[in-house]
Structure formats: structure tokens, C-alpha cells
Design a protein around this ligand. Sequence first.
Ligand code: NAP
Length: 249
Amino acid sequence: MTHLLILGGTTEANALAQTVAEQGIPATYSYAGRVENPRPQPLPVRVGGFGGAKGLASYLRDHAVTHVVDATHPFAAQMSGNAVAACHETGVPHAALTRPAWDAQDGDRWHHVADINGAVDALSGAPQRVFLAVGRMHLEDFAAQPQHHYLLRLVDEPDGLPLPSCDVVVSRGPFTVAEDQALLQQHGIELVVSKNAGGTGARAKLDAARALGVPVLMIDRPALPQRTELSNVAQVLDWLAHSGVNLGV
Ligand code: NAP
């Protein structure tokens, strides 16, 4: 019997969960447990880490998982690496649902850095008003550059922040270009720091930055092991069908 495990926490994973539920495919949706009130899903949900690649392999065996779709964020490199390793070990078919990276367009003023540390280093220098759009997990790294005033947009109200000067907007998105343009103007933003997440939901800040001539420090994606990569829900359904899942029952 089919049992699909969706590694989630993204818009893409939510869309997949919706379709999988509509198709009646037996599945479980997995959250890391990073946000206080994760979105409800139309599938059974489990929350929390598995305990590394070994822990995930045990989970796959114990719960008779037949297929894994890794629909985590492109920067969730640890989880994605573990998924590849655990599926290799257990022989469970595995594919990633992932969005293409963003490319700069005419008028964009992007400066690329390889990772979070590269972004922190690039921020040495005179104080600026910076929209730090990297999520909550890496804020502490930026405490090394306390001279800037930071604008943060977070899913949950933070419980104390490591940055001495910042404004916080609590919001989950998706965001429109008009909203983000207004946000950048309202806060006098001189630099946007962004991960190259791809997709539409978080793109607005980059379009807003281009419209206003604001430069962007773009953190490139982490390298991931080789894997089957699919870019939309229809491709995942095709992959499932080709991997022996009976759709629509
Ligand atoms: P990560 O660094 O790759 O993962 C660290 C550990 O968290 C993993 O080793 C795993 O713990 C656990 N984990 C991660 N995703 C999980 C999932 N879907 N289900 C169960 N356990 C999970 O991941 P991250 O970058 O912190 O991302 C955590 C979650 O937030 C993911 O669901 C991701 O899709 C979502 N997210 C991340 C970003 C981002 O910028 N990184 C942005 C938006 C959403 P064990 O080793 O114990 O199994």
C-alpha cells in the first residue's frame, strides 16, 4: 500500500498536499516545527526532526513509507541531504519538488554571496538601513554587524532579538510588489539581503528593490546531492504514477 511522505514547510509542499489529498493518495506531511502555528494540512501531519539520516531511515521503515517527496525550502540543505541518504539506504523512491532559482533582470543591482557568512562579511562598513529578509534562524550571525539598522519580516513575534537596532514586521506573506515597495520606502531601505529562494511568494521584495534602484545582497543556494528534481505538482503526480502509485483511488 502506498504511503507518501512529504517533507514540507513551503508553499510548494502545501500545494502538493492539497492535490495528494484530493487524489486520495495515502500520505503524511512533515513539519520541522519551526513556527508556532503551522498551516493546517488536508493530510495527517507529523512535527519535528527525525534524528538525522539514520532517524529518517528508521521512520521510513517503521511507517512503511513507499515514496518521499522532499518539498522543503531550497536552503534546507541538511534535511534534503538526509532525505537523499535515507532513501538511498532504504531503497525508497525519492524526488524533490523545488522551484528554480531567481535570475537577475535588467535593472537589478545584485551582489552575489555564497552563503550567510558571505552576507555577514559583505555587510562590514558604514551603517545602512538594511532589509534583512533571511528568516529568523540566522539573525544571530548578523549580530557581528551591529552598526546597521535592520528591518526584519518574521512569521512569529520574536522573543528577543540579537540585533541592537531593528524594526520587526510580523507577517506570513505572500507579498505584492506594491506592498513591498511601500515597505522599503517607509523604512528608507538602502540594501536588501535575500536568499535566492526562487518562486513567486517572496519575489516581490526583489521587484520592489529594482523599481526603487535599491541594491540586493543575494545569497546563492547551497549545493545539494544529485537527486530527481521536479518543479511542479503535475510533475510529481507523473513521477508517482511512474513509480507505481495508483492515482485517483
Ligand atoms: P535544515 O537546516 O535543512 O534542517 C535542519 C534539521 O531540521 C533537519 O536535519 C531535520 O532534523 C529538521 N527538519 C528540517 N525540515 C524538516 C521537515 N520538513 N520535517 C521534519 N524535520 C525537518 O532545515 P531549515 O532550513 O531549518 O528548514 C526547516 C523547515 O523550514 C523546513 O520545513 C523548510 O522547508 C522550512 N523553511 C526553511 C526556510 C529556509 O530559508 N531555510 C525558509 C522557509 C521555510 P533531523 O536531522 O533531526 O531530522
